[in-house]
Design a protein around this ligand. Structure first.
Ligand code: PEP
Ligand code: MG
Length: 585
């Protein structure tokens, strides 16, 4: 009997493949009830995992032998002793057999029981043993989960990634060639994991409650990125239906794809700039330069996140230079480091914060840590010699922050000039509009910048006070909120009145339901993951400006998100259907 789960649809498309669990920690592991005949096999898995974890600890202590004192190395001896403790082992075995649970659950239960005993002890040294225990438990778990995963992912089988969340670093770590779908227990449609899934064109469903507990690794699943359904152990009828749907979608996509080389011009002749959002130079390999008007958002933090330490100035110059070369004279908008919030840097520990999304993130970090900003701006300026680079500042909250950054740019220009280095003396500086209060002082902002870009992913999160990553309130996160629409209208109006270029680089720019509305509100530049470009271009080519403006006017009179969504969706679907029926494109 198929199990049908529901989450939030995050990236469209259909995937049919076995699901494989990724990530593992003591608090978050798959649960399984064993049949009587499975108990012996599970005990063997446990023994093998303990042997594997011991070997890993031994290897590590040998590797570190030169750098650590004998006393410090004893930590590893103590961990090995714990791992082979007879009482612990007996209890693990008893739990597998008595509770009929898989080895992962037994490790979790027994370790947390021991841990709480140690933590209650008076003696500090004994309390510290609790941390050792946790660490040992984690290592055994890592071996158990890794085995299971590698046996399923090995040999190039297609698979669906399942985890608590899809982290930006996962995109670099997993076997992308056979990755067919992504399902996560946490996250929202606008979290960075979902954005990545969409950029990669991989069907994805997020916020599936208790996913890891309910679905075992190896279970065949259907991921429906359109409706948010995840069907586990589907029957033949489900498979047949979804295969047919997937074939229809592939045919529609193929036809839309053909539109990509046509001009992005409305039927009444208004040209719209369509640009690409990229996370790394790796993404550029899959994008046809000829179909975009440049890179509207280069999220530089991803290159930092995939490394083990901060890239040097020269490494950054090389990276930025590659993007500039690729763009072949078109503009490349480099956003300075936007870490913090849901994008931590593994090697740059920020303090724990109660509200990280309202905390030390984005430009706030760069300004507090001038070395970081100086190095990045210097690298960007040096790279700018070869093409058209722009600098974009994330999470701008106060106009003064822009003034400070402008001063840094000027100071570095003077340094470079004195050193006889080449750079673009007219490099443009822009601000992201993500913090609602900045919309209130937009006139002042525009006096200090050369362009702005609207980051609707964060702007919506802050306007609605709805965390873009929280699955419990994912349904409340909607860019169709009338308050959002009116804010966007105001941004377009002020920027157009000042004659300052404004683009949208949040996810709505690539959502073809939004295209006609955004044009009607007055936006002429949209930057999106390149996979969305053909659909958006199709919309641009379908509706005349007067029609878009009438749509926007009507939308601005509506007071409910669902009404605005229905209006936008009906318009987009009408255009879509007429295209599929062979109408104009
Ligand atoms: C945004 O907030 O809309 C944006 C483009 O930035 P990010 O998604 O990287 O936070
Ligand atoms: Mg943002």
């Amino acid at each position: 009997m198929p199990l049908k789960l529901k989450g939030v649809a995050a990236a469209s498309g259909i995937a049919i493949a076995p699901l494989v669990h990724f990530h593992g920690d003591l608090a978050f592991i798959p649960t399984r009830t064993l049949e009587a005949q499975e108990v012996d096999g599970e005990q063997q898995r446990l023994d093998d995992a303990i042997a594997g974890a011991s070997a890993a600890i031994l290897d590590l202590s040998r590797d570190l032998a030169i750098d650590l004192t004998d006393h410090e190395l004893k930590i590893y001896d103590a961990q090995l002793a714990l791992l082979h403790d007879k009482t612990l082992l007996a209890e693990l075995r008893r739990t597998i057999e008595g509770d009929r649970v898989n080895a992962e659950v037994a490790v979790q239960r027994v370790i947390s029981r021991y841990e709480s005993v140690f933590e209650r002890m008076e003696d500090v040294a004994m309390r510290e043993r609790a941390a050792d225990l946790r660490d040992v438990g984690r290592q055994v778990l890592a071996v158990l989960l890794e085995r299971e995963r590698s046996s399923l992912v090995a040999e190039g089988h297609d698979y669906v990634f399942a985890a608590d969340e899809f982290l930006p670093s996962d995109a670099g770590a997993v076997d992308r060639k056979h990755l067919k779908g992504i399902v996560t227990a946490r996250g929202g449609k606008y979290s960075h994991g979902a954005i990545l899934a969409r950029s990669l064109g991989i069907p994805s469903v997020v916020a599936v409650d208790e996913l890891m507990q309910k679905v075992r690794s190896g279970t065949r699943v259907i991921v429906d990125g359109e409706s948010g359904a995840v069907i586990c152990d589907p029957d033949d009828e489900d498979i047949e239906r979804y295969r047919r749907l997937a074939a229809e979608q592939a045919e529609a996509d193929r036809r839309v794809f053909e539109v990509r080389f046509l001009s992005a011009r409305t039927p009444d002749g208004v040209s719209i700039k369509l640009m690409a959002n990229v996370e790394s130079t790796r993404d550029l390999g899959g994008v046809e330069e000829a179909i975009v008007d440049g890179i509207g958002l280069f999220r530089t933090e991803f290159a930092f996140m995939e490394r083990r330490q901060f890239p040097t100035e020269d490494e950054q110059v090389e990276l930025y230079h590659q993007a500039i070369e690729w763009a072949n004279g078109k503009v490349v908008t480099f956003r300075t480091l936007d870490v913090g919030g849901d994008k931590p840097l593994p090697y740059f520990k920020t303090p724990d914060e109660r509200n990280p999304v309202l905390g030390w993130r984005g430009l706030r970090i760069s300004l507090d840590w001038p070395d970081l900003l100086y190095t990045q701006v210097r690298a960007l300026l040096r790279a700018s010699a070869g093409g058209r680079a722009r600098i974009l500042l994330p999470m701008v909250t106060h106009v003064d922050e822009i003034v400070r950054c402008r001063a840094v740019v000027e100071e570095i220009k003077a340094d470079l000039a004195a050193a006889g280095e080449d750079f673009d003396d007219h490099i443009e500086l822009g601000a992201m509009i993500e913090v609602p209060a900045i919309v209130g002082v937009l006139d002042e902002v525009l006096r200090e910048v050369d362009f702005v870009s609207v980051g609707t992913n964060d702007l919506v999160q802050y306007l609605l006070a709805v965390d873009r990553d929280n699955p419990r309130i994912a349904q409340m996160y909607t860019p169709y909120h009338p308050g959002v629409l009116r804010t966007l209208a105001r941004i377009a109006e002020v920027c157009n009145a000042h004659g300052k270029p404004v683009s949208i680089c949040g996810e709505i720019a690539g959502d073809h339901y939004f295209s006609a509305l955004l044009l009607g509100l007055g936006f002429r530049e949209l930057s999106m993951a390149p996979v969305f470009l053909p659909r958006v271009k199709l919309m641009v080519r379908t509706f005349g400006l007067a029609e878009c403006e009438a749509l926007a006017r009507e939308a601005l009179t509506l007071g409910r998100s669902r009404e605005i969504r229905a209006l936008a969706r009906d318009k987009a679907q009408a255009g879509w259907s007429s295209f599929l029926e062979g109408g104009p494109s």
